[in-house]
Design a protein around this ligand. Structure first.
Ligand code: NAD
Length: 256
């Protein structure tokens, strides 16, 4: 059996993944704002440090897989802090524990929103690891009425970060596949209020069309997350695997 650490473990996709891995006999340490093994706010430096310190205590500094699910979809600078910088802090912070693990694997939840329009100022600042500038650019987007770009930009940034890092000495060189899963619309506490509102539902269906099987439940995405972070995955790395009922194929068409 393996030892996993999952952020965003208290709800939605994270919660379903915890349940699946535990049902397979694995040890799973959850982290979230509350209601989890580790309480940590990944939007803050203190919370990020707390995550790593507690993970070390609970695991003897050895992890086999890290899955970063914590995320928010607010039209607010907090979204770039949690979705990009919180995920980077999780993956980078726990990488030494993975290096000590067996068949180590890492994964972050991106989004099909990463193929939507983004704000280059936010994405570039995030990829330059400049949190202050990314927050400033996010605030500017909100101020000009384009707060939705903060979310798509956060997911584009973390997807590009994965691609860049996956092939470096730190990850590929250490034998650690690093991937993202890009969901379409999954029915979770994050999306349920939108899906319950007929006007918002129409908007969601327009921006994330899912011709195959409609909106998904978290249980339908957890098996792919489990496989990508299992020892069976030896060669998939640097990928954003969309689980989106065809949304990416519709939105990007022939552009590969
Ligand atoms: P959710 O709201 O059910 O779960 C997210 C969890 O992250 C919550 O438990 C929340 O407390 C935690 N979290 C939020 N901010 C945090 C912080 N600062 N520190 C620590 N934990 C924090 O949402 P979900 O739908 O399960 O989303 C999980 C991931 O999947 C997110 O990254 C989200 O962006 C992504 N995603 C979701 C969908 C969807 O349709 N639901 C689509 C694409 C991507």
């Amino acid at each position: 059996s393996r030892t996993y650490l999952i952020t965003g473990a208290a709800s939605g996709i994270g919660e379903a993944t915890v349940a699946l891995l535990r049902s397979q006999g694995h040890t799973v340490i959850g982290a979230d704002l509350k209601d989890s093994d580790i309480a940590a706010d990944l939007s803050t430096a203190e919370g990020r440090a707390e995550l790593v310190a507690r993970a070390r205590e609970l695991t003897g500094s050895r992890l086999d897989a890290v899955i970063s699910c914590a995320g928010i979809a607010h039209f607010d600078p907090l979204t770039i802090k949690v979705n990009h910088f919180g995920a980077v802090a999780t993956l980078d912070g726990l990488r030494p524990l993975l290096a000590a693990g067996t068949a180590p694997r890492a994964l972050v939840i991106g989004s099909v929103d990463s193929v939507h329009p983004t704000d280059p100022a936010i994405v570039d600042a995030a990829l330059a690891d400049d949190e202050e500038a990314a927050v400033e650019a996010s605030r500017a987007a909100v101020d000009r009425g384009e707060g939705h770009l903060v979310y798509s930009s956060s997911k584009a940034a973390i997807s590009r970060w994965i691609r860049r890092c996956a092939v470096t000495e730190d990850w590929a060189g250490a034998g650690i596949p690093l991937n993202a899963v890009g969901p379409g619309v999954i029915i979770t506490p994050m999306t349920q209020p939108l899906l319950d509102d007929p006007d918002m539902l129409r908007l969601v269906e327009q921006s994330v069309p899912m011709p195959l099987h409609g909106h998904a439940r978290p249980e339908q995405i957890a098996p792919l997350i489990a496989w990508l972070t299992s020892p069976e995955n030896t060669h998939v790395t640097g990928q954003v695997v969309f689980v989106d009922g065809g949304a990416d194929a519709v939105l990007r068409g022939d552009r590969t």
